[in-house]
Design a binder for this molecule. Sequence first.
Ligand SMILES: [Zn+2]
Length: 273
Amino acid sequence: MKAIKTVKTAVFFHAHPDDESLLTAGTMAMLAAEGHRVVLVVATSGERGQADLEPGEALGAARITELYRSAAALGCARVVNLGYGDSGLAPGGGVAEDRPENAFIDADAEEAARRLAAILTEEAAGLLTTYDPAGGYGHPDHVQVHRVGGRAAEIAGTPIVLEATVNRDPLLRGLRLIRGFYPQLDVRAFERAYSPGEEITHRVNVRRFTRRKRASMAAHASQATGADTRTLGVMLKVPRPLYRLVFGTEWYVRRGLPPGTRLRHPFEVPPQG
Ligand SMILES: [Zn+2]
């Protein structure tokens, strides 16, 4: 690994508490271990997530507590909640009808971007992560993270924007492999989710940080208990060797790089030409 010349700040922007666990936890732990400043920003407290608690304020408060526990496991220096309402997910996907008045999806994207940009400027962030345009598996709040994040980086002049995603190809292979053990897994739901391997510019090896990533997932207890259909609950039951295989890499797309670009570190400078 190349020596780090300067300490930089990386801001990880997520929609709900626990999204950081699944998508970027290993990268966050790695950058923190390298001495960089890692800041976690969520748009909502996830108060309409699936959980044993009823959706609402108490669930939101519990999930923010879990978020701080996760952030501590990953070595984050700061956690910010933008405080929008969790837009929720309609049964079968899409935008829920009965969403709260301040739902993130209804927020003025320009205003939300200015609020995030203020944090980027204050932190002199060298890097911002958002989501792919599909919003991963298509949650409306995740699509909004893509929109708001991209615009915030423009306003603040943040030099590197990475869209956190999942390489759909090994994900589908892995899900098909474990489907026999988890008949409730709907593999087809993932066929158009995230990004195909050919679009991915960054493959970050986080195998050394899978213990911390697992601790981050375990911190989100409200999302990991009860019904087996919850993604996080299923993920935590993945046997350890397979877990390292499935979660040992994190993937990002940086727009505007030549096709076939393959980088290994978030701050790596792409080859010129
Ligand atoms: Zn989410």
